[in-house]
Design a protein around this ligand. Sequence first.
Ligand SMILES: Cc1cc2nc3c(=O)[nH]c(=O)nc-3n(C[C@H](O)[C@H](O)[C@H](O)COP(=O)(O)O)c2cc1C
Length: 406
Amino acid sequence: MKYLCSNCKMFKYDEERGDEKTSLPPGTKIENIPNSWRCPVCGVNKYYLQPLDNQTKEETEIKDLTYYRDIARKLLTGFCGVYPVCDGDPDHICTGQKYGAPIGLGGAGQAKTFEANYQALQKYRLMMRVIKAHHEPEMSIKIFEKDLKIPVMGAALSGVKSSLKDAVPEVFFYEGLLKGARNAGTIGMVGNTPTSPEDLGVKTVGENQGWGIPFFKPQSQPRLLELFEQAEKLDVLATGVDLGGAGSTFWVTPEKQVFRKSEMELQELVDCTEKPVIFKGIMNTEDAATVLDSGASACYVSNHGGRVLDCGQGVAEVLPEISKEISGKIPVLADGTVRTGFDVLKILALGADVALIGRPLARMAIAGGEKAVQMYFDYVKDDLRRAMILTGCDTLQEISENILIK
Ligand SMILES: Cc1cc2nc3c(=O)[nH]c(=O)nc-3n(C[C@H](O)[C@H](O)[C@H](O)COP(=O)(O)O)c2cc1C
């Protein structure tokens, strides 16, 4: 089988011949090329090698991130422009007041919180530091007794019908998110949505061999307890409640309303299950302290990608204070316009243990399912590795605010 590097489009790899320059002996199959291998022309990793010599157009087409982004752009016409940077820019087609129309991939109101996430994170720059003995960065992390290859997970996503133009069946979307993450050595999450069967997300997570986390909207306490009971019986790594979903007021049917949750209700949820519980939507230190007191296993700093409360703060503005409050006690998860491995490094430096990615994975899952999702994780991983080398961080523990300049 022959392959072409889809980045430089110059390097060709023939499995039969191997590659002398990069020490691949003849007969080295693509799956046996080590992850540390780099294209001798442009330096990208092996995932950019795409099949060349199959006869069908389908197979000869180079399927890289640009390819999948182009597909997503077509599938999401009118909803998402798949712009070079997904940052809540007021000129993007996803933003601006919707006057009751579906939110799509944008933000609530005028998408000022979505934009604030980006602005707050980009305010920070990374300090380059290259004089230090070289070590391969150690990026793996243990969470809920699971070893992950990277400190990055897929954020909870759902709502193909309502937010993603009904582009693919909801189950294809969930499977893409979950299997793509698992193939990349990490965890995917799925949410629940009023526009598809309520247990579809949790059931699909349960079929992913323990590599996934279902997130539920903060529905009535009796209903949430039922959903937790269902999750308990399935092979899920943890169970989450997206407390910011109290603002998902499109949940309007009588049986599917959403509510704020009290401290006692949080405790009841933690106590009703053996699974680790994550509370998401934490944007201030008081709420973070309450999450800690509830006995939850992780605190997830997020404003739901700016999709529930407009005119709010960016995650990077509140993350340092929150993580000072709870860091080392329970893991801190955080999301909000994390797009690259460089963004991951910044979020970790601001105090998170794990960075999560939302919209880019939604586009990948729609356009190419698990393969595209895995490719996005690999792209992020590659840049995180580079960023750690160039900021003098050999381990995740060495990442701190010292590598940031404001
Ligand atoms: C289309 C879409 C659907 C989402 N569905 C859910 C959901 O069902 N449950 C949930 O907790 N969060 C949901 N989120 C929020 C994400 O989990 C995440 O917090 C947010 O997208 C992070 O910001 P980013 O997209 O800028 O990376 C959704 C986000 C998008 C864009």
